[in-house]
Design a binder for this molecule. Structure first.
Ligand SMILES: Nc1ncnc2c1ncn2[C@@H]1O[C@H](COP(=O)(O)OP(=O)(O)O)[C@@H](O)[C@H]1O
Ligand SMILES: [Mg+2]
Length: 366
C-alpha cells in the first residue's frame, strides 16, 4: 500500500528533531513526521487514519489533556510522561498538545524523548538524598528517645508527690505528649526486621490490599482492576509488599475523602516491563503495579519531598507511609515513581523479576 501523500501544510515539520503528530478532531492521525516514526516505531503510512489514542494507555488522561488544550487555547504540557511505542516499548517524554487551527480543529502532539540517563540520574540523586535524610532522622530519633523516657518518669513521680489533684492535668499533658513523641520515635526507628522471602503472586498482594481498603473505608470506592494475569511470581516478602502497596492506596483514598471527590475511583493495574533501568542496573523484565486515583493530586509544594520522612500534606498524617513503602520496595531492588495532577494521581511500583533475592539470602542473614 502506498502511504498517503504528505499534506503540504506539514512539510515544515519534516526536518524537525522533535517528534510531531497531527490529528483531527475525530482523533484520526493525519500526519506523523520522520522523528515520530522513529520514536514510535511506526511509519506514517501505518499510522495514517489510526486513532491517536493507540499511543496513550491512559485514554482518560489524554481526553483531559486535549480538553485543556482546547479550552485554554494554549498548549497542554506534561513533563516526564510515559507513552507506548507500537512495539510496546515504554518511552519517557515531554509531551505538548496544542490546537493547530480551530477550523477544522486539528491538533498537534509534540514529543521530546527524555534522555533516560538524565531521568535515572535525577531519580538516583533523589534516592541518595532520601537515604541520607533517613539516616539523619534515625540518629536524631535515637537521641530524642532516651531523654523522653526520663521526662515521662519524672512527670509520673511528680504526679504522685502532688497533693493537689487539680494540677494533675498538667502532668498528664507531659505524660501524654511524651508518649506521643515516643510513639513517633519508635516508628522512625522500626528495626530492620528480617525479610521473609518466598514465591509471591503479585495479584494476591494487590487483592489483599483491596480487601483491606474495602474494610477500612467502606464501599464508596469503585475499584477498577486491570491485571496482566500472565505475570510470573517473584521472590518477595509478601507481608511487606502488602504494607508498601497499602500505604500508597490508603493515601489515595484519604486524599479523595479529604477533598470530597465525587465517584472515588481506585484503579489497580499490573503490567510487565522490559529493558528498564533503575538503581544503575538494567533489568530485562520487571513487574509494574500502578495505583491510580481521581483525587485532588499531590500538593505541588510537597511533590519533590513526599518520600522524605515526616513530610505530610495532611494534618493528622505522620508522613511515614511513603518512606516506608519506598524502603520496602528498595529492599526488593525496585523503585516507586509517580505522576500527579488535579484529578489524576498515579503511583507506579517497579519490581524486577529476577531480583537476585532468595530464601537463602534471608537465612544467611539470621
Ligand atoms: N494519591 C495521592 N493524592 C494526593 N496526595 C497524596 C497522594 N499520595 C500521597 N499524597 C501526599 O503525600 C503525603 C505523604 O504521604 P505519607 O508519606 O503516606 O504520609 P501521611 O499519609 O502520613 O501524610 C500525604 O500527606 C499527601 O499529602
Ligand atoms: Mg500515608
Amino acid at each position: 500500500m502506498t502511504p498517503p501523500l504528505i499534506n503540504k501544510n506539514y512539510q515544515g515539520l519534516e526536518q524537525l528533531a522533535t517528534a510531531a503528530i497531527v490529528f483531527d478532531k475525530n482523533l484520526k492521525i493525519i500526519y506523523m513526521n520522520p522523528s515520530a516514526e522513529v520514536l514510535l516505531e511506526l511509519s506514517h503510512g501505518q499510522a495514517h487514519n489510526q486513532n491517536i489514542e493507540i499511543f496513550f494507555e491512559d485514554h482518560k488522561f489524554f481526553k483531559l489533556a486535549l480538553d485543556s488544550a482546547t479550552k485554554k487555547q494554549s498548549s497542554y504540557r506534561e513533563n516526564e510522561y510515559f507513552i507506548k511505542s507500537k512495539q510496546n516499548k515504554t518511552i519517557c517524554v515531554t509531551l505538548t498538545i496544542s490546537q493547530l487551527n480551530k477550523d477544522p480543529g486539528d491538533f498537534i502532539v509534540e514529543l521530546i524523548q527524555m534522555d533516560q540517563h538524565l531521568r535515572v540520574a535525577k531519580e538516583e540523586r533523589m534516592f541518595i538524598q532520601q537515604q541520607a535524610n533517613s539516616e539523619l532522622l534515625r540518629n536524631l530519633a535515637h537521641e530524642i528517645r532516651n531523654p523522653l523516657g526520663g521526662l515521662r518518669g519524672a512527670a509520673q513521680l511528680l504526679e504522685k508527690e502532688l497533693g493537689d489533684h487539680s494540677l494533675e492535668e498538667y502532668t498528664q499533658i507531659i505524660i501524654k505528649e511524651a508518649d506521643r513523641l515516643q510513639n513517633l520515635m519508635n516508628k522512625l526507628l522500626t528495626p530492620h526486621q528480617l525479610p521473609a522471602y518466598e514465591e509471591t503472586n503479585i495479584h494476591e498482594v494487590i487483592e489483599r490490599v483491596r480487601s483491606l481498603i474495602l474494610s477500612e473505608f467502606g464501599k464508596d470506592i469503585t475499584f477498577v482492576r486491570d491485571y496482566d494475569v500472565s505475570l510470573p511470581e517473584i521472590i518477595a516478602d509478601r507481608e511487606k509488599l502488602i504494607q508498601a502497596v497499602l500505604n500508597i492506596a490508603r493515601n489515595a483514598i484519604q486524599s479523595m475523602q479529604n477533598d470530597n471527590t465525587q465517584n472515588m475511583q481506585l484503579k489497580l493495574t499490573t503490567r510487565s516491563e522490559r529493558q528498564i533501568v533503575f538503581h544503575k542496573k538494567k533489568h530485562a523484565t520487571a513487574i509494574r503495579i500502578d495505583i491510580e486515583d481521581n483525587g485532588p493530586g499531590i500538593p505541588l509544594n510537597i511533590q519533590d519531598k513526599i518520600f522524605y520522612p515526616l513530610v505530610s500534606g495532611n494534618e493528622q498524617g505522620s508522613g511515614l507511609g511513603l518512606p516506608l513503602s519506598q524502603n520496602i520496595v528498595t529492599q526488593h531492588k525496585g523503585m516507586i515513581t509517580f505522576i500527579s495532577q488535579t484529578g489524576h494521581t498515579k503511583f507506579s511500583i517497579l519490581l524486577p523479576i529476577n531480583n537476585g533475592l532468595n530464601d537463602l539470602e534471608a537465612n544467611n542473614n539470621e
